[in-house]
Each structure stands twice: as structure tokens, then as C-alpha cells.
Ligand binder design. Structure first.
Ligand code: SME
Length: 172
């Protein structure tokens, strides 16, 4: 509809299967979170149909701070008390929002966004940030997307040297 992406013609489950293979290859051998976050954002933005914003916010111990992303410039910092991102971080639950206009407190970074999915990034019990994906198509994301996005996030988390991301982090 909005863009013809390489995986548009595949069933959704196959899109994520393919993405997981590609993401694994992209991140293999790299543990830098900025490098992997940047490439994962670019991979998803250019592979899946009907997205207008894809990227990361990382938790600095107080609030969520903008990380690597694809799309229009976005708000730099999000308190945990605000927005879909704050909700995902606070509750540690993936937020599947079919209509952002109906979500109380939604932060509109791109006026084109109509649906959103935000996955919390939790590593050994610690909040590292969130993965945020927006679409201009209402109800763009479903349970299949939730499973796929969470799988991509798990792959990302497995690559991390977390001590580089959170100075006070200690491996359990
Ligand atoms: N919509 C998000 C803010 C981030 S932008 O979508 C990139 C929110 O409500 O938290």
C-alpha cells in the first residue's frame, strides 16, 4: 500500500522467518549495541511493508533516550510515565496499539503514525530500553507481528555486551 518492500508478498510468519535469518547474519560476531541497533532498524524498515518509523530507545536509568532509528526525527527523551514507549518500559509488556489516537498519552513523533508496537528490551531482569515500530496503516500489527518483533528483539539482546550499555550492570 505505502511501500513495496522485499518481503511484501510472503505470508507474515514467513516475513519474520526471513527477517530473523537476515538479522542473525547481520549481527553475527558484533556485540556493539549501536551498530546492531542501527542495522536492525534499517533491515526492518526496508524489509517489511507499511512502516514509517522503526527504532530504539535506550533506558539511561531515568528515562528512555532515542537510539538508532529509521524514519522522521523523533522525540529525544521519553519519561517512563509517558507514551506507548513508557508504558512498555514500565509494565515490561509488549504494547500492541491498533489506533494510536485512541491510546491515552500517545506521543506523536510523526503525524502519519496510526498504529504502533513497542517491545520492552529486558536482559537478565534489567530494562535496557524499547523497540518501537510505527505504521501509517490502522491496525497494522497483530499477534503475529508481536511474536516476530519479540523474536527479533531476543536476537538483538543475545548479541549484547550489556556492560557497555549500562555502566552499573553486573552479569548475574
Ligand atoms: N509514539 C511513541 C513515541 C515515539 S515515536 O513513535 C518514534 C510513544 O507514544 O511513546
Amino acid at each position: 500500500m505505502f511501500n513495496a518492500s522485499p518481503l511484501s508478498n510472503l505470508p507474515k510468519a514467513d516475513q519474520y522467518q526471513e527477517l530473523l535469518v537476515q538479522a542473525q547474519a547481520l549481527m553475527a560476531g558484533e556485540s556493539n549495541h549501536i551498530a546492531n541497533a542501527a542495522n536492525l532498524s534499517a533491515l526492518v524498515m526496508t524489509s517489511l511493508p507499511d512502516l514509517n518509523w522503526v527504532g530504539f530507545y535506550f533506558y539511561d536509568g531515568t528515562e528512555l533516550v532515542l537510539g538508532p532509528f529509521q524514519g522522521k526525527p523523533a522525540c529525544l527523551r521519553i519519561p517512563l510515565a509517558r507514551g506507548v514507549c513508557g508504558m512498555a518500559a514500565r509494565t515490561r509488556q509488549t504494547q500492541l496499539v491498533p489506533d494510536v489516537h485512541a491510546f491515552d498519552g500517545h506521543i506523536a513523533c510523526d503525524a502519519a503514525s496510526r498504529a504502533e508496537i513497542v517491545v520492552p528490551l529486558i536482559h537478565h531482569g534489567q530494562l535496557l530500553g524499547v523497540w518501537d515500530v510505527d505504521s501509517p496503516v490502522p491496525a497494522r500489527f497483530d499477534q503475529e507481528d508481536q511474536r516476530g518483533m519479540q523474536a527479533l528483539c531476543n536476537l538483538f539482546l543475545q548479541t549484547l555486551t550489556v556492560s557497555a550499555l549500562i555502566p552499573e550492570y553486573t552479569t548475574p
